[in-house]
Design a protein around this ligand. Sequence first.
Ligand code: FES
Length: 102
Amino acid sequence: MTKFLVDKAANIPQDHLRNVTLGGKEILIVNQKGRYLALNNICSHAGAELHEGLLENNELVCPWHGAKWNIETGELVWFTQDLENLESYNVIVENDRVFVEI
Ligand code: FES
């Protein structure tokens, strides 16, 4: 597992959906009420970039067909068919910098 620097914590505002490429993977970073979370940014249905979707409380809504994902775990909350859950990653905050382990 490798630890990648995302950015300074101050540069990731609350409720903003941010995409970064780390270790060749597209990663979604969210600051949810001061907690930083990281998931695979690519919807497992048809490949939408999830940072273009919406954050509704604890759920991430896909911009293309509306699949809903648990923002903390990457588990599918709702869709018309079964989908693979999104991979979630460990986030570390050190000295006001946000890192993701991949
Ligand atoms: S691409 Fe996300 S629900 Fe279809």
